[in-house]
Design a protein around this ligand. Structure first.
Ligand SMILES: [Zn+2]
Length: 151
């Protein structure tokens, strides 16, 4: 018996700032434009499509807007938290910023952990007939990381 898998992909991008304490190159606060490639495996539905690209694009934009133009930081560097603002501090850096401009991860903000976080978020908002999602994030033009989530 043969078993085929059929998928689609879409690309997008988002901008973010981050830092990786104690890393020789990535410790200062700096930013990236992350090119993202999202692959989905699923079952063909209406019009023999897995999902309409227009609809998919909206869901992806929505999810990526959680990260876009934000400081993405690990929870471990949150030193003080107020109603609308947060103070982040590590090494020689101390940053005070509005909560709305911050996205927190449990782990360090590497491309790997971002790919994992986005793929987990996306599988939750996509329809049931999408069985697998792979989120690739480019770090520069020729390398990157990916995370996969299955139902
Ligand atoms: Zn970086």
């Amino acid at each position: 018996m043969s078993q085929e898998e059929l998928g689609i992909f879409i690309e997008d991008e988002f901008d973010y700032a981050h830092f990786i304490p104690n890393h020789s190159k990535c410790y200062p606060l700096h930013g990236h434009t992350a090119k993202v490639k999202i692959e989905l495996i699923g079952i063909q539905k209406d019009f023999d499509m897995i999902i309409d690209f227009g609809e998919l694009k909206k869901m992806i934009k929505n999810t990526l807007s959680l990260y876009d133009h934000k400081l993405i930081a690990s929870k471990r560097y949150v030193k003080e938290e107020y109603k609308d603002k947060v103070i982040i501090s590590y090494d020689e850096f101390k940053i005070e910023l509005p909560k709305k401009d911050l996205y927190l991860l449990n782990e360090e903000v590497t491309t790997e952990n971002l790919a994992k976080d986005i793929s987990k978020k996306l599988i939750q908002v996509l329809p049931e007939h999408i069985k697998m999602i792979k989120v690739e994030i480019y770090e520069g033009a020729r390398k990157g990381a990916f995370g996969r989530s299955r139902r």
